[in-house]
Design a protein around this ligand. Structure first.
Ligand code: ATP
Length: 354
């Protein structure tokens, strides 16, 4: 079993705290995403799990064993980097076999193992080729092969597809996920691309400035963001925030936006002051009859649909609509909200209130 338990993990570099106090669990066999903007501490977290960086405090347990202070070589994990460093003077087979040979495995045994891995990756026909002239995708497959061949307890991947162009990247992402589903090894994967995280991950940790903002399944995070940062970072276009002031008791609440009463069910706690109603673009609809009035500021044509930007007395919103719906720039229309899916935030702390 290779469950990874991260408890109050912290990393300081001099005066700077790169990771504040991370706590999350990667279950055995999960494909787990570390997601966040550049500099939020993803790579530092991954390097601590790998044993390439020592935590300032906190614990890392792999398969129930505390490895926080153990060197990388004793953790039985494989690290796959963005830049696939292959040995240029070796052919594909020798590159994949290298970790086995350097561990002292006999050549015949290593050869069989390499073939098994090559079949899994669909590269058995290029095993005798030099790595020099190969495509980015094949080089990435070889780098993966070299990681897989040792049968590690878990895989750690730092933006492994970052160097590939967009179209091929999507293809490799699917391949990587399918490979994971065949092998079932616990995988922790760093990315700053929210779409990649949503598409590939069983679970996601969203980090910001060294802090874990939220941890959960993609759909859960999308539907119930714990903070305004997460709401804004996940989804494209991102969640809309309608700003207003109110004093609300816990439980079911009603707020007045424009001329509209909006029912907000199940507030966890009382709230007052500056609040923000969070609405995904697909849960806002243009409707002439709706009393919340809005002015169309821009229309962005996307082919199958369009993104309409509107100004309202509570701030700007973006709505995805069928092409041609709602009118043109300068027109006044109404905005209807699908209230079953609303989020509500304290605008000062950014915390979700329901
Ligand atoms: P990116 O996607 O840009 O790599 P990241 O989320 O992976 O971002 P980290 O690489 O973990 O972020 O870096 C987090 C912060 O810690 C950054 O501000 C970085 O400059 C800082 N940092 C990382 N390593 C060191 C180090 N060895 N010494 C000092 N500061 C460091």
């Amino acid at each position: 079993m290779a469950q990874i338990l991260i408890r109050n993990l912290r990393k300081e570099f001099g005066d700077f705290t790169a990771v504040r106090s991370s706590t999350f669990t990667v279950e055995d066999g999960e494909f787990f995403m570390l997601l966040g903007p550049s500099g939020c501490g993803k790579t530092t977290t991954l390097r601590m799990i790998a044993g390439l960086e020592l935590p300032t405090s906190g614990e890392i347990l792999i398969g129930g064993e505390d490895v926080s202070r153990k060197p990388a070589s004793q953790r039985d994990i494989a690290f796959v980097f963005q830049m696939f460093a292959l040995y240029p003077h070796m052919n594909v087979r020798q590159n994949i076999a290298y970790p086995l040979i350097s561990q002292g495995m006999r050549r015949r045994e290593a050869k069989a193992k390499v073939l098994e891995v090559a079949r899994l990756l669909g590269i058995e026909d290029i095993l005798n080729r030099p790595v020099g002239g190969l495509s980015g995708g094949d080089r990435q497959r070889i780098a993966l092969g070299r990681a897989i061949v040792r049968d590690p307890k878990c895989f750690l991947m730092d933006e492994p597809l970052g160097a590939l162009d967009a179209e091929f990247r999507e293809h490799m992402a699917e391949e990587l996920r399918a490979l994971h589903d065949r092998m079932g090894a616990t995988t922790v994967y760093v990315t700053h691309d929210q779409l990649e995280a949503m598409q590939m991950g069983d679970k996601i940790v969203v980090m910001n400035h060294g802090v874990v903002e939220q941890f959960g399944a993609p759909q859960d995070i999308y539907d119930h963001p714990a903070t305004m940062f997460v709401a804004d970072f996940i989804g494209s276009p991102s969640m809309n925030f309608l700003a207003f002031d109110a004093a609300l008791a816990a439980g079911d609440a009603v707020v007045r936006l424009g001329e509209t009463d909006i029912a907000i069910p199940t507030l966890r706690e009382a709230a007052s002051g500056a609040l923000a109603l969070g609405v995904r673009p697909e849960h806002l609809h243009l409707s002439d009859a709706a009393p919340l009035r809005a002015r169309i500021e821009a229309v962005e044509y996307l082919g199958a649909s369009q993104i309409v930007t509107l100004s309202t007395p509570h701030g700007q919103v973006r709505v995805r609509t069928p092409v041609g719906e709602g009118g043109g720039v300068g027109d006044i229309t109404g905005l209807a909200l699908d209230t079953s899916t609303l989020s509500l935030f304290d605008a000062n702390s950014g915390r979700a209130l329901r």
